[in-house]
Design a protein around this ligand. Sequence first.
Ligand SMILES: Nc1ncnc2c1ncn2[C@@H]1O[C@H](COP(=O)(O)OP(=O)(O)OP(=O)(O)O)[C@@H](O)[C@H]1O
Length: 711
Amino acid sequence: MKVETSIMLNSVNDSEPSNAYSDSLVDRKAAVKVTIQPCQPKSLTHLPKRPPVDIAFSDLTYTVSEGGAKKHEKTILKSVSGRLRSGELTAIMGPSGAGKSTLLNILTGYKTSGTEGSITINGHERNLSQFRKLSCYIMQDNQLHANLTVEEAMNVATALKLGKDLTKAARKDVISEILDTLGLQEHKTTMTSNLSGGQKKRLSIALELVNNPPIMFFDEPTSGLDSSSCFQCISLLKTLSRGGRTIICTIHQPSARLFEMFDHLYTLAEGQCVYQGSTLQLVPFLSTLNLVCPSYHNPASFLIEVSCGEYGDNVRKLVTAINNGKHDIRNGKPFPKSEALNNAVVPLSDSDKKKINGSNLSSEIPEVDKMAHSNKENNVVLMYNNDIVKDSSNAASGSAPAVILDLSDEKDKDNVTTTLLENALPSSQRRYATSELTQFFIVLKRTLLFSRRDWTLMYLRLFAHILVGFLIGALYYDIGNDGAKVLSNLGFLFFNMLFLMYTSMTITILSFPLEMPVLIKENFNRWYSLRSYYLAITLSDLPFQTIFCVVYVSIVYYLTSQPPSWDRFNMFLAACLLISFVAQSVGLVVGAAMNVQNGVFLAPVMSVPFLLFSGFFVSFDAIPIYLRWITYLSYIRYGFEATALATYGFGRKKLQCFQAYCHFKDPTTTLEELDMTKSSFFLDMVALIAIFFILRISAFVFLRWKLISSR
Ligand SMILES: Nc1ncnc2c1ncn2[C@@H]1O[C@H](COP(=O)(O)OP(=O)(O)OP(=O)(O)O)[C@@H](O)[C@H]1O
């Protein structure tokens, strides 16, 4: 994003109205005025129409139960109220642990349980499903897919979020306009992993902007950015709010420069609201409570310090003054009743009234008269549309004015573009912009693209299969038809199972949990359904796994001289393929249910019983009866049995014997030894297919549970 900075030198005196509030408040004697104008389009003309949305919440309480054996309830938000308007950039601020993220999560609908109180949208009780279609939540960590370029990521977002609504050409225009607006046009061929922190943040915004949601929530949008990137980011949010959107973000402690850019401030301390209103009114409001922000001090820092108790226990006083968010300290509106403001009333002069004549505030002039003239007659600044109408503050002494009243018409915001906004909320809309089939194909295409670009997932895996294939081939070279080496050949069959199981299982355990944050974000922001996503990722890796398995099996089958028959080779391959698909499903279940650390430990440990009961170490008859049921659950057993039958079953002729006596010369002897004479290759295949489906369904259930429980 390009930012143009123009510096104007202005003489500021009491007779000449100034349009810089900050000058009057922070440095009354300064003669330098700095105006920074982001040079970006003020409206995004191609975006679909959206309604303006105001959010109000009242008596919002959020409780969690915590503790071990002795559970107790902890109230994080304590009956807070507030109102967040369209066309405004709102900051939710407060000390660490005040409840900012909790409030944001509740307002977005990300957290729903444990909440009491009401949330209304444009005056109507919030319908969460409808609300989710109107809003987007941009989380703190950008949650982007690393293996896509900016343009590809935008293509996926527009295809999923605009779908049939726009033609391909129109979608291209939308992308181009958004990338232009957000200053990403020149980076459109850059991989998202190579973008800078600020660019990633802008891309996250760009992806959500394609369907022009009227409400946008941001969790700490400036975290990890340098001051210039912070400024660019907040400028962008300001521009978005000027497009009629409701922009809400949590922010820790903005610099004075950033603070001024917010229209509305909602501050929490200890789970309660200590300030709600315009940023302009913060200092005067605090001064009415005898909390005077020192000159040259950042008002945001001052409020945080007050909230942290650095100036005594003022939280209760602030919460009472603001009625825990029920009051709103807005420009041109009276402060909540306070002694300082209710004393002597001195009428406005004719010239004061002339300045605000014609504005729709004229009806409020008596009130303004009353407010603007407190008993501290020399400490009042009256403003209209950023001009000082009256300044009776003690500017010469440099002291902060007690009261600054900005009489500007709230609706008359500069550059507010509401032309794209409809007046009513859409009554009925589909849950997703595209059909589940379309979502499936878009996600499948995207996943195939990742796979192609993921070096570990593709090339390392292929290399490992070829390398291990040749190693095994060399180790067990030409033993397949040797009657004296049948036991070694059985070891080879078992090792196949082991290798295919671990390679396909661990890669999924390692890669799948990394997808979770992106899945949570995209699914929450209604890009696609979990079903379409799951089906796509389930199918996307099967072709690759098939290729690796075919390559590996072809190498080892040939080098170890297994029976040279296509039928037997195909049976052998089918068993190996099913084993790798089943193991991959185990990886999906583990990856969906737990994090990488737990998964990489637990999955191999959990596989041990299946390996023990595979029939290689102990034959079925030798297993104690009460443990035999485990063999029926062991997919390794079915795989091992199927490959043994493909190798030694189906009336295979006697093997060659180069020694005086070969006990396993007759393949039937081998099958008898393994208790496999009555086994059926067909049933082994059926069992593996059944386990495959059960595991894939279980993984979906776990994934669904994980998505719900992550909130
Ligand atoms: N599930 C939970 N169980 C117990 N305590 C919780 C839970 N969720 C949040 N809290 C507590 O609630 C308080 C508010 O948390 P929250 O994350 O909303 O704070 P925050 O204002 O966003 O802080 P920060 O700026 O440090 O991110 C903290 O004290 C936190 O420990």
